[in-house]
Design a protein around this ligand. Structure first.
Ligand SMILES: Nc1ncnc2c1ncn2[C@@H]1O[C@H](COP(=O)(O)OP(=O)(O)OP(=O)(O)O)[C@@H](O)[C@H]1O
Length: 243
């Protein structure tokens, strides 16, 4: 997917200025920026929920600017429907695509084990922990069946320990499923742990200030966060964000 020269203003306030970025198949790319920098605005534009003033979004060489339904979008809050069971929530994307509820429930069944959700099928969202709800929300995002997933701060509401568990789990999942991910976060450590590449986003109006290529995921184990290399990246990002 490519974002090409996207600009956006709200009334007289220019929020995005000629933002360009690209995502390769299977990559996890983080968009890192301070609060209010325009990350959600950019996501809404990519998802076709908000019109852009100029610029284009391309997927597999097709222009998808302004089109909804081309990418999966997971919001900060899990937004699972409280009155549907977890299985019922998971069946929803398939039902939206025209499948009967029965067929959809059968289709989603095998994924519960893969996503670490076995046994939760008949529970309601309120009885699940925050981490489990996020897994369910990620599974539902995956079940939309799109090549690209946009994740808007998916782990920000979790406590530090659960968040770390979720990071490990997510990286492990990504070795099993082929999902290109664009992740919005203002958590530098999270971006360094999860991403293959990081775009640092900043300024007013927001622009891509830098692009960082990280070492291959396989070389970054749980100890990576304790290395001097990690701190070097972190210092570099902090300096870029402060500009
Ligand atoms: N519909 C709107 N009308 C007017 N201004 C808006 C609208 N949506 C966003 N903005 C402004 O655009 C700027 C960027 O907002 P946006 O939500 O995209 O930032 P963000 O980086 O996602 O922030 P956060 O990390 O806090 O979610 C903010 O100054 C916000 O006030």
């Amino acid at each position: 997917m490519q974002v090409q020269q996207v600009s956006k203003a709200f009334a007289t306030k220019q929020v995005l200025q000629a933002v360009s970025l690209d995502l390769n198949q299977g990559e996890i790319v983080a968009l890192l920026g301070v609060s209010g920098s325009g990350k959600t605005t950019l996501f809404d534009i990519i998802a076709g929920l908000l019109p852009t003033d100029s610029g284009q979004i391309k997927l597999n060489d097709s222009d998808i600017t302004g089109q909804t339904g081309q990418v999966s979008y997971m919001l900060q809050k899990d937004l699972l429907l409280p009155f549907r069971t977890i299985a019922g929530n998971m069946a929803l994307p398939l039902q939206v695509q025209g499948m009967t509820k029965k067929a959809a429930l059968a289709k989603v069944q095998p994924y519960f084990a893969t996503f670490g959700l076995a046994g939760t099928e008949n529970q309601y969202p309120s009885s699940l922990s925050g981490g489990m709800r996020q897994r369910a929300a990620l599974l539902r995002t995956y079940l939309f069946g799109k090549q690209v997933a946009l994740l808007d701060e998916p782990f920000s509401a979790l406590d530090e320990i659960t968040k770390r568990e979720m990071h490990r789990w997510y990286l492990q999942m990504m070795t099993q499923i082929d999902l290109t991910t664009l992740l919005v976060t203002h958590d530098i450590d999270e971006a360094l742990v999860l991403a293959d590449r990081i775009y640092v986003f900043g300024g007013q109006p927001a622009q891509i200030a830098a692009e960082l290529q990280l070492p291959p995921r396989a070389q970054r184990d749980a100890e990576f966060e304790l290395t001097s290399q990690f701190l070097t990246y972190k210092r570099q990002i902090l300096e870029l964000l402060a500009q």
